[in-house]
Write a new protein. Structure first.
Length: 320
C-alpha cells in the first residue's frame, strides 16, 4: 500500500475512483498454495459431523464408509493456528478494501462441486485462488464488493472437489454518506436471488415454464428433492425427471414475524410441503391468512412473480 499512489478522487459512493481497477488486479492471484489438511479424513470427525447434522445415512459408517460430501471444506480448515501456505494477496486485498471504507465483512454463500467421495485415511491438500472481485454493490448491509475465492481440494494428486466461498466486504449502511453528508437513499428492496448451478439448473428451467420437476433415479426409481447430483438410496448419478401434479399438504410450517426484511411483508407462512409424489419442498403458503395455516392443510402449486427476474413456486391453500 505504501508504494502506491494516493487513492485520489472519490465517487458519489465515497469510493476512490481507481479502486475497482486495483481490486481487479487481485483476480487470479493465489490465496493459499500447497495447503495441507491438519488431519487425515477420519471416522471421528465424520461421526461428529453426522451427529451435528442429524444425518443417519449408512454410507457414512462401517468399513466402507465415505465422508459426507458437504464436509469438503471441513478438511481444509486451519483452526485457530491457521495454515502454512497462506498467501499475502488476500491480506493485501482486504487492506485495500479497508482503505476504501469497506471495513466490515460478512460471508454470503458457498458452492461446492464434488469429484469422488473422500474416505478415512485420505490426506487432503489444497490450493486457493482469488477468483473474482465484483463491482461496488449496494445491499441492505451497505455498499461494498463481493470477493469469491475458489479452493481446489485434492486427495493425493486427484482433484476430489472444488469449494467456492463468497464474502461481502462493505461499508456499513449507517456510516455511508453522500458527499453532502446526507444519508444515502435506501435501495429498492428485492427478493434474494436463487443460487442456480449445474446441479439445479434444470429445476429452475422448469419453473420458468411453470413446471415443478422432481428428479428420479433411473437405476432404482427413487424420487428426490431438492435436486442433487446423485441418488441417496443407491448412489447412481443417472436420473431423469417427473413433473409434480401440484397437489400437496402442509407437513410442517412456521409463521415469520421477525426479523423483518424489506423485500418481505411479515407475517407470512413458510411451509414444508409434502407433495402427492412423496417428496417435500420448502416454500411459502399463500391464499390463507398465516394464522389459518395448519398441518395437513391441502395446498395447490402456484407460481408467484416477485420481480422482473424472479418467479417462484408457492403453494396456495384454502380456508374452506
Amino acid at each position: 500500500m505504501s508504494e502506491r499512489e494516493p487513492l485520489g478522487k472519490r465517487d458519489e459512493a465515497g469510493e476512490p475512483g481507481d479502486v475497482y481497477a486495483r481490486l481487479k488486479e487481485f483476480e487470479g492471484r493465489p490465496a493459499a498454495t500447497a495447503g495441507i489438511g491438519k488431519d487425515l479424513v477420519n471416522e471421528a470427525m465424520i461421526r461428529h459431523w453426522c451427529e451435528a447434522m442429524g444425518d443417519t445415512n449408512p454410507a457414512y459408517t462401517g468399513p466402507d464408509a465415505i465422508a459426507p460430501p458437504t464436509m469438503l471444506q471441513a478438511w481444509t480448515m486451519g483452526g485457530l493456528s491457521g495454515h502454512q501456505g497462506r498467501s499475502a494477496a488476500y491480506d493485501e486485498l482486504f487492506a485495500l478494501l479497508d482503505a476504501a471504507g469497506c471495513t466490515s465483512v460478512v460471508a454470503t454463500d458457498c458452492e461446492q462441486e464434488y469429484g469422488r467421495p473422500l474416505r478415512p485415511g485420505d490426506e487432503i491438500t489444497f490450493d486457493a485462488v482469488i477468483e473474482s472481485v465484483s463491482e461496488r454493490k449496494t445491499t441492505k448491509l451497505g455498499t461494498g464488493h463481493f470477493v469469491t475465492t475458489r479452493m481446489d481440494v485434492r486427495a493425493g494428486s486427484e482433484l476430489v472437489g472444488t469449494h467456492r466461498f463468497r464474502i461481502l466486504k462493505y461499508a456499513p449502511a449507517a456510516r455511508a454518506t453522500r458527499r453532502t453528508g446526507a444519508p444515502e437513499a435506501a435501495p429498492v428492496p428485492r427478493r434474494p436471488r436463487p443460487v442456480v448451478n449445474r446441479d439445479n439448473a434444470g429445476f429452475w428451467e422448469g419453473v420458468s415454464r411453470h413446471r415443478l420437476l422432481i428428479q428420479r433415479c433411473t437405476a432404482c426409481a427413487t424420487l428426490r428433492f431438492p435436486w442433487l447430483p446423485g441418488c441417496g438410496t443407491c448412489g447412481s448419478q443417472d436420473w431423469d425427471t417427473v413433473e409434480a401434479s401440484g397437489e400437496g399438504t402442509v407437513f410442517s410450517y412456521v409463521v415469520m414475524h421477525h426479523p423483518p426484511f424489506p423485500a418481505f411483508d411479515p407475517p407470512y407462512a413458510v411451509g414444508l410441503i409434502e407433495l402427492a409424489e412423496g417428496v417435500r419442498i420448502v416454500s411459502n403458503v399463500v391464499g390463507v391468512p398465516p394464522d389459518k395455516v395448519r398441518i395437513g392443510l391441502p395446498v395447490r402449486l402456484a407460481f408467484l412473480r416477485v420481480d422482473d427476474e424472479v418467479e417462484l413456486p408457492v403453494f396456495r391453500g384454502s380456508e374452506g
